[in-house]
Ligand binder design. Structure first.
Ligand code: ZN
Length: 163
């Protein structure tokens, strides 16, 4: 799929308490999908065609990450505090042909529910913060390409793999 799926451009709806069972199943499906792509560190429900506010992030494999919370499965995540600003390269499972330099906050606090409905607060920074912001953007119908300063100088076509 080379053209962004319409669900990627739409805002996902909040999960009501009565919908937590469905949200748990989506979190499971997201985790399985993330695991099936080596190097994939996060995924949002929009990317599997579900317009509901669930994301999964696990940046454990990244050697340069400063903070690692392990597997995060978040329902209705909201960024409640953010600080700093840094430009770094990002990619996305849903936009396989491109990477881009994107400016993001360097440290954030996120409130969410666990798939079991427990309130969570995550304070993190660096690469993990970047991934959480990227995935929460997906829930608002925003792609990393929407966040670049310049489409001409900050977006890069991935080199084709030579097989
Ligand atoms: Zn993405």
């Amino acid at each position: 799929m080379r053209f962004p799926h319409p669900a990627l451009k739409r805002e996902a709806g909040a999960v009501a308490e009565s919908e937590l069972g469905a949200a748990r199943e989506i979190a499971q499906a997201l985790s399985a999908t993330m695991r099936s792509f080596p190097g994939c560190v996060g995924i949002a429900a929009n990317q599997i065609g579900e317009l509901t506010r669930v994301i999964v992030v696990d940046i454990s494999v990244n050697p340069k990450a400063t903070t690692k919370s392990g597997l995060l499965q978040l329902v209705n995540p909201v960024i409640v505090a953010s600080e700093g600003s840094e430009v770094a390269r990002e990619g996305c499972l849903s936009i396989p042909d491109y990477t881009a330099n994107v400016r993001r906050a360097t440290s954030i606090a996120v409130q969410a529910l666990s798939p079991g409905g427990e309130p969570l607060r995550i304070e993190t920074d660096g690469f993990e913060a970047r991934c959480l912001i990227h995935e929460i953007d997906h829930l608002d119908g925003l792609l990393f390409l929407d966040r670049v300063d310049s489409l001409t100088s900050d977006v890069f076509r991935r080199k084709k793999r030579a097989d």
